[in-house]
Write a protein that binds this ligand. Structure first.
Ligand SMILES: Cc1cc2nc3c(=O)[nH]c(=O)nc-3n(C[C@H](O)[C@H](O)[C@H](O)COP(=O)(O)OP(=O)(O)OC[C@H]3O[C@@H](n4cnc5c(N)ncnc54)[C@H](O)[C@@H]3O)c2cc1C
Ligand code: FES
Length: 268
């Protein structure tokens, strides 16, 4: 069981929850890999898979970013600070951090796709000496829709990460970063596919256009990492709800390579 210690509204219907296990020993001992997820249960409503948005390099609390879409997420939104939720996990494979170490990183996200990638971003920044160049490309519809906006804008001036933020439109005329669709950011980045791992997450349209770009640049298929979502029930490879062909998203994913996607076309 974990207590909600902070609720922060990032964007309409997208809240950031900070959780801390009631058991202090568990709060200190719990570790996860960037890209893993939790099964979060809201008493009386049900259970759902949610990515861990915080980095394991910042332990003791867990952060999750939840978009309100239906029954369980609505029930979570009715809770307050100090209320208690159930947490199982961490589950899933997470990003292959060992393999990625020593390489350049390209993180490309659209919309809610920033939720799992934020864990990887802060892990890489907190272990900056383990990676070469780090590039983040993140796109939202408008500045007001951008998740983690203040935090990401504060990275733009850092010299150890190339943080490229774009919005489709800026109705208020106050946005100081890029305006245009996510793939246009490739024009502002120096990417060397032979030494880079690309982590991609977002709605299907993001996968479609970012994958096209990465393949055109000549990225090896096993260095393109995609975080995928499927309906889940057990989270541990027992119920079959999340199967894609012969793979279970909860067990063999949610991080898959583009190579996996070619072999299982129904994946994307
Ligand atoms: C590995 C993984 C990580 C996830 N991480 C996050 C996260 O960080 N933040 C977040 O807000 N959500 C995340 N999700 C999605 C989240 O699990 C669902 O939004 C949630 O289960 C919806 O529950 P609900 O009862 O509120 O909605 P329901 O009442 O069950 O459904 C409401 C609507 O949402 C759709 N929906 C429900 N689940 C999914 C799903 N898995 N994929 C696509 N559409 C769905 C339904 O088809 C329906 O249209 C993740 C899902 C997976 C599998
Ligand atoms: S959710 Fe049950 S097998 Fe994946």
């Amino acid at each position: 069981m974990a207590r909600i210690v902070r609720i922060f509204k990032m964007v309409e219907d997208n809240y950031l929850y900070t959780l801390r296990f009631l058991d202090d020993r568990l709060a200190y001992a719990f570790r996860h890999q960037p890209g893993q997820f939790l099964m979060l249960s809201v008493p009386g409503a049900g259970e759902m898979p949610i990515s861990i948005s915080s980095s394991p390099s910042r332990p003791e609390v867990l952060e999750i970013c939840v978009r309100r879409v239906g029954r369980v997420t609505n029930a979570l939104y009715r809770l307050h600070t100090n209320d208690v939720v159930g947490v199982r996990g961490p589950y899933g494979n997470g990003y292959p951090i060992q393999e990625m170490t020593g390489h350049d990183l390209l993180l490309a996200a659209g919309g809610l796709g920033m939720a799992p990638l934020r864990s990887l971003l802060w892990y890489a920044l907190d272990h900056r000496d383990r990676f070469d160049n780090i590039t983040l490309m993140y796109g939202a519809k408008r500045p007001d829709d951008m998740l983690f906006r203040e935090e990401l804008v504060s990275l733009v001036d850092r010299t150890d990460v190339n943080c490229l933020l774009t919005v489709d439109a800026d109705p208020a005329g106050t946005w100081k970063n890029y305006i245009g669709l996510l793939p246009t950011l490739f024009g502002h980045a120096k990417i060397e596919p032979a030494r880079t791992y690309a982590a991609v997450c977002g709605p299907p349209v993001v996968f479609k256009f970012i994958l096209q770009k990465l393949l055109a640049l000549g990225f090896p298929k096993n260095r393109i990492l995609m975080s995928l979502e499927r309906r889940m029930k057990c989270g541990v490879g027992k119920c079959g709800h999340c199967s894609i062909g012969y793979k279970y998203t909860c067990l063999h994913g949610p991080i898959f390579t583009y190579w996996d996607a070619i072999n299982l076309p129904e994946m994307i």
